[in-house]
Design a protein around this ligand. Structure first.
Ligand code: B16
Ligand code: MG
Length: 216
């Protein structure tokens, strides 16, 4: 008998691919500052907070900025990013994401969002999926970034389940580690060679089923 009572989903890379918009906004900022920033560099920002993302770009370019300048730059990037996510539609939901959440809920499994983003409510509203989550925990509710398990532990708490009863769905290495650090099972979304600490790795939620979930 499976003990799984809840699923906690990361947002970027699991439900939608907002990484393309993050990249465009960071690239615009980097170009404005005369800094180098490639799509390869963008991989380092996945699952990482906005503030830390800027620090990484500055570090890659051996550039320093004051705390005030960093706040201003991160705000500028976010304004451009928000302009783009305001144009999102349900057509951008990744394959199988909506169907798997609906299947979980129909089977009595609770659902939560566990994202580093401070813009998750805008995104969920634009793709019309907010109603599919029993709890939403994002960058506005946590003080410690993944791989710290805070975001997922708060999700479990909000759902009234124990960590051992949760399965996390994550596309970032730091997110997989956060789930393990929180005592949860984790399904990696992406490449098995990259997410090798996950219990299983699938290419997307279209490859998930309740049967596979209960086999974990
Ligand atoms: P924001 P996730 C993360 O989302 C993104 O992967 C990461 O690239 C981004 O920097 C972070 O959200 C913060 O986003 O600037 O909107 O607060 O994968 O944790 O859902
Ligand atoms: Mg992610």
């Amino acid at each position: 008998m499976s003990t799984i009572k809840a699923c906690i989903f990361d947002l970027d890379g699991v439900i939608v691919d907002t990484a393309v918009y993050h990249y465009k906004a960071w690239k615009r900022l980097a170009d404005q500052l005369g800094l180098s920033f490639t799509e390869h560099d963008n991989e380092l920002l996945k699952g990482v907070s906005r503030v830390r993302s800027l620090e990484i770009i500055l570090e890659l370019n051996h550039v320093t900025k004051t705390a005030e300048e960093q706040t201003e730059l991160a705000t500028q990037k976010n304004n451009w990013y928000v302009d783009m996510i305001n144009q999102m539609t349900p057509a951008e939901i990744l394959p199988g994401a909506k169907e798997f959440l609906e299947a979980c809920r129909a089977a009595g499994i609770k659902t939560a969002l566990g994202s580093a983003s401070k813009n998750s409510s805008t995104i969920l509203a634009k793709i019309n999926m907010a109603h599919l989550f029993d709890a939403i925990v994002d960058g506005n509710h946590v003080s410690k970034a993944k791989p710290d398990p805070e975001v997922f532990l708060k999700g479990a708490e909000a759902l009234g389940v124990s960590p051992a009863e949760c399965v996390v769905f994550e596309d970032a290495i730091a997110g997989v580690e956060a789930a393990i650090n929180g005592g949860m099972k984790v399904v990696g979304i992406g490449e098995p060679a990259v997410l090798n600490r996950a219990n299983i790795v699938v290419s997307g939620l279209d490859k998930m089923s309740l049967e596979l979930l209960h086999s974990l």
